[in-house]
Design a protein around this ligand. Structure first.
Ligand SMILES: [Zn+2]
Length: 141
């Protein structure tokens, strides 16, 4: 745990909203505080490391597997047309990416990176938790 890191604080504090969808020795999947949008999930390093360059061999090797599993479950849970991935690290340097299911109902001019500009209006914690629970079931399946 690194002082001042909000992602480490979630791990230290127990359970995030909706619980851990996956939490193994290397990776965690959960709904990030402030990103309670249905179909948006965070995949992050279990330990504190800044940026993708902080991944060790085991983390780098398993990163793709985790992304494939979670994105597959997310697509199935939401029937999304696309599952986006972003990893900018501006809000939280602790290495993590956001997976965002983008449905066919999203207008053409709100797709791509512009989709993330709509975060505030898309917030729906109850629906986000419902999707997360479905993804968790699929990951266990
Ligand atoms: Zn951290």
């Amino acid at each position: 745990v690194t002082d001042g890191c909000a992602i480490c604080a979630v791990h230290a504090g127990g359970e995030p909203l909706g619980g851990w969808l996956l939490d193994d020795d290397l990776w965690s999947v959960w709904i990030l505080d402030g990103f309670e949008v249905p179909g948006w999930l965070t995949v992050g390093l279990r330990r504190h490391g800044v940026g993708m360059m902080s991944m060790d061999d085991a983390e780098a090797t398993t990163f793709g597997t985790v992304l494939a599993r979670v994105s597959t479950a997310l697509k199935e849970a939401t029937d999304a047309e696309r599952v986006y991935i972003t990893g900018l690290g501006e809000l939280h340097p602790h290495w993590h990416v956001t997976l965002a299911a983008r449905g066919a109902d999203v207008p053409a001019d709100s797709r791509g990176l512009r989709y993330f500009d709509h975060r505030d209006e898309l917030l729906d914690p109850d629906a986000a938790v419902a999707v997360a629970h479905r993804v968790k079931e699929l990951l266990r399946g």
